[in-house]
Design a protein around this ligand. Structure first.
Ligand code: MG
Length: 160
C-alpha cells in the first residue's frame, strides 16, 4: 500500500518573563525566566500540535483550546498533545516524523534535547529517532536575541 503523506507547519512565539516556570517540550528547565501563557506556555509543544493538526487538516490549537477558557489555565501542554494524538488515531492517521527548531537565548536547549525528544515521541507513540529537536540563538538580535521571547517551529509528516 502506498501511504499518502501530508506535511504540516507550526510556529509559536511566547514572551519570556522572570519568575515563570520554564517548561519546553514537556521538560522543565532550570531558568530564571519562563514563557508567559494561559496554559504552561510550552511554545515547543504548541508548535508541535499546530504542525500535526495542520498536516491532518484539523482546526489549530488556539481554536480547539481557547486561551480564554479557564479549564486551560496553567494546563500541562502535554495534555494537548495527547488529545491531538487521539484525533489522529481516530482518523487512522499516523505521525511519521517531527522536526523542531527552538529559537531561544535562554535556556540552552542542548543539555535537555534528548529528554525532549523522548518525551515528545512518547506523547505521540512513536520512536525517538522520528523526533528531532535543536536549539538556535538569535545572536543578540531582536526580542529573541535579547531573551524577551522564545519561538518554536515544527514540521510534521503524517501518513494518512
Ligand atoms: Mg502558545
Amino acid at each position: 500500500m502506498i501511504e499518502r503523506l501530508r506535511i504540516g507547519l507550526g510556529v509559536d512565539t511566547h514572551r519570556m518573563e522572570h519568575g515563570r516556570r520554564c517548561v519546553l517540550g514537556g521538560i522543565e528547565f532550570a531558568c530564571t525566566t519562563g514563557p508567559v501563557g494561559h496554559s504552561d506556555g510550552d511554545a515547543v509543544l504548541h508548535a508541535v500540535c499546530d504542525a500535526v493538526l495542520g498536516a491532518a487538516g484539523l482546526d489549530d490549537l488556539g481554536s480547539q483550546f481557547r486561551d480564554t477558557d479557564p479549564r486551560h489555565a496553567g494546563r500541562d501542554s502535554s495534555e494537548f498533545c495527547r488529545e491531538v494524538q487521539h484525533q489522529l488515531a481516530a482518523r487512522g492517521a499516523s505521525l511519521m516524523s517531527l522536526d523542531i527548531v527552538v529559537e531561544a537565548e535562554t535556556p540552552k536547549i542542548g543539555p535537555k534535547r534528548a529528554a525532549m525528544r523522548e518525551h515528545i515521541a512518547n506523547l505521540f507513540g512513536i520512536t525517538t529517532d522520528r523526533v528531532n529537536v535543536r536549539g538556535k540563538t538569535a545572536e543578540g538580535l531582536d526580542a529573541i536575541g535579547r531573551g524577551e521571547a522564545i519561538r518554536a517551529t515544527a514540521v510534521a509528516l503524517l501518513a494518512v
